[in-house]
Structures are given as structure tokens and as C-alpha cells.
Design a protein around this ligand. Structure first.
Ligand code: FAD
Length: 392
């Protein structure tokens, strides 16, 4: 019998596996794909860096591009605003990375394996029963018993879809169409790599991301609240943008993909002997690139909560993960509050393109953009919470 069975080898699952191995627990991780595998979500945030340090992973400069902040552009009005992580509230972590996810996710998974987690790739979870007596998981290759089950299955949200506890977050992005560009001109690569910033272009009915990658490619995608997304939307949107037309002139577009219905919350994310982390618990919307960070932090909090329970034999307590739920709800509320306002187009001007905003608001906004969401001195975050007309 294993101490912990984890399903999903993305950033949430591999982080949980590494930390639980560091604590000395036996860990088995089931992943249906063979790594390295493609995954969308290449822009990371400063709040990841302390987690990387804890995991003992380093991101080599040859594979990861340093990212200093984010640039927001409205080509219709000519407005532009750049936010640098270094300008956040005190003790800011001044940068993050742009990462090709196939390489990044593989790095994190291999780290957990290096520390002794038993990794089963190309094996799919079919069913799992968690109750006070224990965990029994059945895959397409075998049956496993464990003291605790962690659902880190990302958008597949294994437990939530089985229990029908997926609650779509209405009003946020619903579909994305995206691709990579290779063969960018050297002067364009130099321009994009200077700050490594993500560029977010604001559209009438959505937005576009432009993420430069260390190998010279550019990740680009369109997000809208309309699910009718296809390659034509991508082509028309890009053709209508002078900035994208200039940056991608002469480049080759590859791997166009569509993903839909990604913004949801799992209304039952923990119980007797189980917990859901990362996207399997909640995914807000990609606009501020918070998905990987919230996956890492949920895994970290879960592992720190589970460790003493495994030591004391109290892991079957159905309320064990209430502190983790509360911790994550605070983060989701802050980041989600900003995302909600982003989609209220009349508020974008007051927030992102505000002329001379009070310094403490500007710094507070940058701290949220950096996913520094659990501090007590952010008056901008307090204001977001107090004036929020929405709840997740
Ligand atoms: C359009 C779009 C753009 C995004 N852009 C960004 C971005 O720029 N920055 C950012 O931080 N985030 C971004 N994200 C979000 C980010 O990709 C996710 O939040 C992140 O991958 C979550 O990590 P995870 O470990 O929870 O899930 P995942 O990384 O999805 O990992 C889940 C793993 O579980 C495995 N799995 C699923 N079901 C089973 C099963 N039954 N058996 C075995 N294995 C299984 C899958 O194969 C997968 O490897 C974006 C998301 C979307 C939709």
C-alpha cells in the first residue's frame, strides 16, 4: 500500500509528489501521457520561484526566457501599459520565466522521480474509491491501494466530472484558438527577448496573448467568451492586428489547436482521503497567466497539510483540507476579481490603462499580476475584494 496515490503528472501532481517524497512518504503517480508532452500555458509568474527553490529545480537559461513583466495593448485606442514585476510591493520577486511546457513539465516530473516517486506514464486512471477505510484506484493496467488520493488531472478533472461538481465560471473566457510561429526575423526575436514580456492585446470581444519562447518561437492565441472558435478566427484576428502582422511577417505558423470550456470551479474539491489540486480544483481564465502558479501553490499547501496527518494517522479526516481550500480561495478570489474586471471592458481603462494611478494601487496591481496574493498590505487587493460584485 502506498501512502499517497497521485493522478496527473502536470505541475500540480509532480510538485505534490516531490514535496511528499521530501517529507519521506511513499508516492505513486499515474500519468496517462508519455512525457515530454505538449501543454498550453507557457507564461509563468514570479510566485513560482520560491516553489522551484523548494523543489530543488533550476531552469536553464538556454530553455527558459526571463520575463520581466507584462505589456497590455489596445490597438483600437492606441493605449499601451507595461507592468514590471520589479515595481510591485516590497520584497517583490522581479522576474519570472516563459517556458515551453513540454520541457518544463518533464523537468518537474523527473525531479519527483529522482526523489523516489514511482512514476507510471501511459497509464490511465479509470476509477477510484476513497472512503474512511482507504483508497482503491483502478487504471487500465492495474489496481492500487493507498492511504490518500490526490486528483491532479488538470482540465480532465477526474473526480469533479464523475461527481458532476464542475461549476462553469460564467462571464470568463470560454474558448481559445492558438498556435506557434517559427522563423521570426532576428530583429523581432531581439525585440521580444529584450524584456521577455508577455503581450496581451485587448479585443472588442476577448484578447490575444503573445508569448516569446527561448528557442525563438512565438506562442500566440486568441481567447473569447464565444465558444465558436476555429482557425479562421485566429487568422482573421491576427491579420487585423498591425502589431501581430509586423512581428510575424515571414514566419511560419504551426500546430493550431482549440480548447473550450476551461474556466470552472470544482465545488467539492476535498473529502475523506482525497483532495483535488491545480486545474482539477479550479481554473480561472488564462488572461493573467496564473494557472501554473495556482497549481504549484495548491500542491504545496496540500502537501504541507497532508504530511503531519500521514505521520499522525489522521489522513481520513474529511475536513483535513479545509485550510488548503481556504488558502486557495483567497488566491482565487484575488486573481479572479481582477480577471472579472478585465472582462468588464469599461473597467479595463480604469485599471490597466489608468493615467497616473495612486502609487500604492499600481504596486498592488503588479503584486497581483505577480501572484503575490497572500500578503496583508495590498490595499488594491483589499479594494478589489470590497468592491467585487462577483464571487467565484
Ligand atoms: C488557453 C490556455 C492558456 C493558458 N496559458 C497559461 C499561461 O500562459 N500561464 C499559466 O500559468 N497557465 C496557463 N494556462 C493554464 C495552465 O496550463 C494550467 O493551469 C496548468 O497546466 C495546470 O496544471 P495541472 O497540473 O493542474 O494540470 P495539467 O498540467 O493539465 O496536468 C494534468 C495531467 O493529468 C493527466 N491526466 C488527466 N486525466 C488522467 C487520467 N484519467 N489518468 C492519468 N492521467 C491523467 C494529463 O495527461 C495531464 O498531464 C492556460 C490554459 C489555457 C486553457
Amino acid at each position: 500500500m502506498d501512502d499517497v496515490l497521485i493522478c496527473g503528472g502536470g505541475p500540480a501532481g509532480s510538485t505534490a509528489a516531490t514535496l511528499l517524497r521530501q517529507y519521506g512518504h511513499s508516492v505513486r503517480l499515474i500519468e496517462k501521457e508519455k512525457f515530454p508532452r505538449f501543454h498550453i500555458g507557457e507564461s509563468l509568474l514570479p510566485a513560482d520561484l520560491p516553489v522551484f527553490q523548494r523543489l530543488g529545480v533550476e531552469l536553464p537559461a538556454s530553455q527558459y526566457l526571463r520575463k520581466d513583466g507584462a505589456m497590455f495593448v489596445n490597438e483600437r485606442t492606441g493605449e499601451e501599459a507595461t507592468y514590471l514585476f520589479a515595481d510591485a510591493l516590497p520584497e517583490a520577486i522581479p522576474h519570472a520565466y516563459q517556458a515551453e511546457r513540454a520541457i518544463f513539465d518533464d523537468l518537474l516530473l523527473k525531479r519527483s522521480q529522482q526523489l523516489g516517486a514511482s512514476i507510471h506514464e501511459e497509464e490511465k486512471l479509470v476509477s477510484v474509491d476513497c472512503d474512511a477505510a482507504g483508497v482503491v484506484a483502478v487504471t487500465d493496467k492495474g489496481t492500487y491501494h493507498a492511504r490518500y488520493f490526490v486528483d491532479a488531472t488538470g482540465q480532465d478533472a477526474f473526480l469533479a466530472r464523475k461527481a458532476r461538481t464542475v461549476d462553469p465560471l460564467k462571464g470568463l473566457g470560454r474558448a481559445a484558438v492558438f498556435c506557434h510561429f517559427s522563423g521570426l526575423k532576428p530583429e523581432v526575436i531581439a525585440e521580444l527577448h529584450e524584456s521577455g514580456n508577455i503581450r496581451v492585446l485587448i479585443l472588442e470581444d476577448g484578447w490575444v496573448w503573445l508569448i516569446p519562447l527561448a528557442d525563438g518561437r512565438l506562442s500566440a492565441g486568441v481567447v473569447r467568451r464565444d465558444v465558436a472558435m476555429n482557425e479562421k478566427v485566429l487568422e482573421e484576428t491576427f491579420a487585423a492586428s498591425p502589431m501581430i502582422t509586423r512581428l510575424t511577417e515571414g514566419a511560419t505558423r504551426t500546430h493550431t489547436r482549440v480548447i473550450r470550456n476551461f474556466s470552472f470551479k470544482n465545488t467539492i474539491s476535498h473529502g475523506a482521503r482525497f483532495c483535488c489540486i491545480g486545474d482539477a480544483s479550479c481554473f480561472l481564465d488564462p488572461v493573467f497567466s496564473s494557472g501554473v502558479t495556482l497549481a504549484l501553490i495548491s500542491a504545496e499547501h496540500m502537501a504541507d497539510t497532508l504530511h503531519p496527518a500521514l505521520v499522525n494517522g489522521t489522513e481520513k479526516d474529511p475536513d483535513l483540507m479545509i485550510p488548503t481550500r481556504k488558502h486557495m480561495d483567497r488566491g482565487y478570489a484575488a486573481m479572479g476579481g481582477l480577471v472579472r474586471r478585465f472582462y468588464e471592458s469599461n473597467l479595463v481603462d480604469h485599471l490597466l490603462f489608468a493615467k497616473d494611478p495612486p502609487e500604492k494601487f499600481r504596486k498592488g496591481l503588479i503584486s497581483i499580476l505577480a501572484a503575490d496574493l497572500w500578503r496583508d498590505d495590498n490595499v488594491f487587493q483589499d479594494m478589489l475584494e470590497k468592491t467585487s460584485r462577483y464571487s467565484l
